[in-house]
Design a protein around this ligand. Structure first.
Ligand code: SF4
Length: 371
């Protein structure tokens, strides 16, 4: 289990190692062809920031060699904003007084059709964690409803038990995203004080359960800003390495959610680290130099200018035209969003930006009938 790997590392030692990296160590990491976790640590260090240009060049070459000039497109479908957890950074948190909504069968189909009309063949189902209303049976039913419309169904919901994942995979689920938020156990408890999500270890074990369920693909990541982003990224890379060695049949992706302002709350949450645009580019390139096979995904949290720039630097999948509220595409566009998005361009506009850079937007990357 990953926890055996995780427990071998002390957070403060990792932070110290990264901060003490020398320029010589960064150059060594840049010159080697097969990179270790220690090389990854060097590449995400402050000492590596002046080497952004050679890192970006290598990242571009490696990505094109493995993925061609393609960007996979997906859109989230929010099924519900009901949630029994308190997460300090989320508009759907139990302690926020908002109108709660869970889509009915008819509404799910209306939303799914609206996403389909935008050109998508890959949809990401999203819910809060409310087992009474949006438990496994609800999700299973939703997958059954939309399965005829999409070639690829992903899901970002509460962590589930192994038999539940097996059931949903049989039903047509291909990919599960489960972000650890932060690998710092104490900070995790501060930001998740109530609800099932407060169980750090259960969440940490979730990718192991997904691997055992033989999931086609799983997505990892940390919510960048909750803690020292460099240490959190090291632990994400450690998790990725463990999973690839243990569950080699599955594919993997990494996402880079940076904290965004949420509507509602007057309280200004003070997060530990603020990540600059240059540092996010550094991190994306460092992942690519560390791992040539992992898919790297960028959402509409980021600005149009920044996203356009990243198309050629290592990113392999993007969302576009996203609505982060249940019913946001057609049923109830005015309901509260989970977080504000920065890039509000339509999928057609993003598609033409991708093409203008000599890349191809991929709306359907596989067909289940080939498996
Ligand atoms: S992040 Fe997820 S679990 Fe936490 S409050 Fe928001 S919807 Fe609920």
């Amino acid at each position: 289990m990953f926890k055996d790997w995780f427990d071998r590392y002390a957070w403060d030692t990792v932070v110290g190692d990264i901060q003490e990296t020398t320029p010589q160590r960064v150059e060594q990491a840049l010159e080697t062809s097969k990179r270790s976790l220690d090389d990854f640590k060097a590449l995400i260090s402050p000492a590596a920031l002046p080497y952004l240009e050679p890192m970006a060049q290598q990242s571009r070459q490696l990505t094109q060699r493995r993925f061609g000039k393609t960007i996979q497109m997906y859109a989230p479908l929010y099924l519900s904003n009901e949630c029994q957890n308190i997460c300090t950074y989320c508009a759907f948190s139990l302690d926020n007084k908002i109108r709660r909504k869970t889509l009915t069968d008819e509404e799910i189909l209306i939303e799914a059709q609206a996403i389909k009309k935008l050109g998508y063949d890959h949809v990401l189902l999203v819910t809060g964690e409310a087992n009474q209303t949006v438990g496994v049976e609800y999700i299973q039913h939703a997958i059954r409803l939309i399965r005829p419309l999409f070639a690829h169904i992903s899901m970002e919901v509460q962590p589930l038990d192994l038999p539940e994942y097996k059931t949903l995979i049989t039903e047509g689920l291909h990919t599960v995203l489960v972000y650890q938020e932060t690998y710092h156990e104490e900070t995790y408890k501060t930001h998740h004080p109530k609800g099932k999500k407060s169980n750090f270890r259960y969440r940490l074990d979730t990718p192991d359960r997904l691997g055992k369920a033989n999931i086609h693909k799983m997505g990892l990541g940390a919510l960048l800003g909750l803690e020292d982003w460099r240490a959190d990224s090291f632990f994400t890379a450690l998790h990725l390495q463990y999973l690839q060695k243990t569950y080699w049949q599955s594919k993997y992706s990494i996402s880079f959610p940076r904290l965004r302002p949420i509507q509602l709350t007057d309280e200004v949450h003070r997060f530990k680290s603020c990540m600059s645009d240059r540092e996010l580019v550094q991190l994306i390139c460092a992942y690519r130099l560390f791992n040539e096979d992992v898919e790297l995904s960028l959402s509409t949290r980021e600005t149009p200018r920044f996203r356009d720039h990243l198309i050629q630097l290592g990113i392999t999948s993007m969302s576009a035209g996203s609505k982060t509220n249940p019913g946001g595409y057609a049923v109830e566009p005015e309901s509260l969003e989970q977080f504000e998005i920065s890039d509000e361009r339509t999928p057609a506009q993003i598609s033409s930006v991708i093409r203008n850079q000599g890349y191809v937007p991929v709306w359907k990357d596989w067909d289940p009938s080939f498996v």
